[in-house]
Design a protein around this ligand. Structure first.
Ligand code: PHE
Length: 352
C-alpha cells in the first residue's frame, strides 16, 4: 500500500473512532467509501491507467478499502454494544429496593361488634336474621302500633323512596330494625303452623336482627346511616325479668366486665308497654360513673303481638333495639361516630 493509501486508511480509522453515534459513523463512512468518497474517487482514476498499472494500483486500493470496511464494521459493533449497555443500565431493576407490600386487611370495627353481638346472643340460644333495608310503611310503623299521623312518628325522621306501597304510602329506608320483629314472627308462625294445627306448642321466638338503619340525622354522634340490632324473645312465659337477665348478661360479656351496672329507665315506644331505655355505667376507666344509653326496650305491645298473627292473651315477651355503633365507640373509646364511616385506612387499621 502506498503512503497515500495508508494515510487515507489511518484518517478513516480516526474518523470512525470519533463517531459517537451510528449516524455520525455513517456520515464518516460516506467520506471514504460513499459515492464520492475518497476511495471511490481513487477507483474512478484507474480508468486513465495502463492495464499493468491498473492491476497493481487497483489491488492496492482494494486492500485499503477492505481495511476501511473492517474498521467500519468494528466501530459499528462497538457503538451497538455501547448502546445496549446504556439501555440495560436504564432499564435495570434495583432488586435491593423494598417491595410494595400489600398489608393484611381486617374487619371494620362495627363489623367486629356485630360479630361479637351475634356470638354472644347465639350462645344464649338466639337465632340471627336479617331483612330489607327498604321497608314498607306498614312494617316500619303501622304494624308496630304507630299508625299514620300518630305523634310518635316524629321520633324518627325518615328517608322515603320513590316506590309506592300497595297502601299508597311510599316505602322508606327503615329508621330502625324493629320491623324485623313482625317479619320474623310471621316467618316463625308460618314455619310452625302445621305443628300448632296438630295441637303442638309453638316454639318460643328468640332472635336478633342486626343491620343498617337510616335517619335524617348527622353530627358527631349521629350518622344518616347507622346500625341497629333488634332483639325479640316471645313465648307463653317470658317476662321483663328475662329481659333484664339477658341484657345484663350480654353487656357484661360484651364489655368483659362483671361490675358493669345497668339501669332500666322508664321511657316510651309505641310498640312496647312498659318501655325502658337501657343505660350502662362503667365502674372504672375513662367513662366511669357516667350513665350511657345503649338500647331501647320493653314488653312487646299486645297490638304488635296481634299484628304478628299471635294471640296477645297467650304470647308475651320483650324486645330491644341497641346501637352497635355506640357499643363500638364505648368499647374502643372513640368519640366521633363519623370516623367509622370516613373509610380512612389509618383509623381503620388500628382495629385489625
Ligand atoms: N326501635 C327503637 C328505636 O329505634 C328501639 C326499640 C326496639 C325500643 C325494641 C323498644 C323495643 O329507638
Amino acid at each position: 500500500m502506498t503512503q497515500e493509501l495508508q494515510s487515507i486508511v489511518g484518517s478513516a480509522r480516526e474518523a470512525f473512532a470519533q463517531a459517537r453515534t451510528p449516524a455520525d459513523l455513517e456520515n464518516a463512512k460516506a467520506q471514504y467509501v460513499g459515492k464520492s468518497g475518497r476511495i471511490t474517487e481513487l477507483m474512478k482514476g484507474l480508468a486513465a491507467l495502463s492495464v499493468e498499472e491498473k492491476k497493481s494500483r487497483g489491488a492496492a486500493i482494494n486492500q485499503a478499502k477492505q481495511a476501511i470496511e473492517a474498521a467500519l464494521a468494528e466501530r459499528r459493533q462497538s457503538l451497538a454494544d455501547a448502546e445496549l449497555e446504556l439501555q440495560l443500565k436504564a432499564e435495570a431493576l434495583d432488586v435491593s429496593l423494598p417491595g410494595r407490600v400489600r398489608e393484611p386487611g381486617g374487619l371494620h370495627p362495627v363489623s367486629l361488634t356485630m360479630e361479637r353481638i351475634e356470638q354472644i346472643f347465639a350462645s344464649m340460644g338466639f337465632d340471627v336474621a336479617d331483612g330489607p333495608e327498604i321497608e314498607s310503611d306498614w312494617h316500619s310503623f303501622t304494624s308496630l302500633n304507630n299508625p299514620p299521623n300518630h305523634p310518635a312518628r316524629s321520633m324518627q325522621d325518615t328517608f322515603y323512596v320513590d316506590i309506592q306501597g300497595d297502601d299508597g304510602i311510599p316505602y322508606n329506608l327503615r329508621p330502625h330494625t324493629s320491623p324485623m320483629q313482625v317479619r320474623y314472627a310471621h316467618r316463625h308462625v308460618k314455619k310452625h303452623a302445621a305443628l300448632v294445627a296438630a295441637g303442638g306448642a309453638m316454639p318460643e321466638i328468640r332472635v336478633i336482627c342486626p343491620g343498617r338503619t337510616y335517619r335524617v340525622d348527622s353530627d358527631a354522634t349521629h350518622s344518616p346511616m347507622f346500625h341497629q340490632c333488634e332483639g325479640l324473645w316471645l313465648g307463653e312465659n317470658v317476662s321483663f325479668k328475662d329481659l333484664k337477665v339477658v341484657f345484663t348478661d350480654f353487656c357484661r360479656t360484651f364489655f368483659e366486665s362483671d361490675d358493669l351496672a345497668l339501669r332500666f329507665r322508664p321511657s316510651f315506644f309505641p310498640f312496647t308497654e312498659p318501655s325502658a331505655e337501657i343505660d350502662i355505667q362503667f365502674q372504672s376507666g375513662p367513662l366511669a360513673g357516667r350513665w350511657l344509653e345503649v338500647a331501647g326496650s320493653g314488653q312487646v305491645h299486645p297490638a304488635v303481638v296481634r299484628n304478628m298473627g299471635l294471640d296477645p292473651d297467650r304470647y308475651i315477651g320483650f324486645a330491644f333495639g341497641m346501637g352497635p355503633d355506640r357499643l363500638t365507640m364505648l368499647r374502643y373509646g372513640v368519640s366521633d361516630l363519623r370516623l367509622f364511616f370516613d373509610g380512612d385506612i389509618r383509623f381503620l387499621k388500628q382495629f385489625r
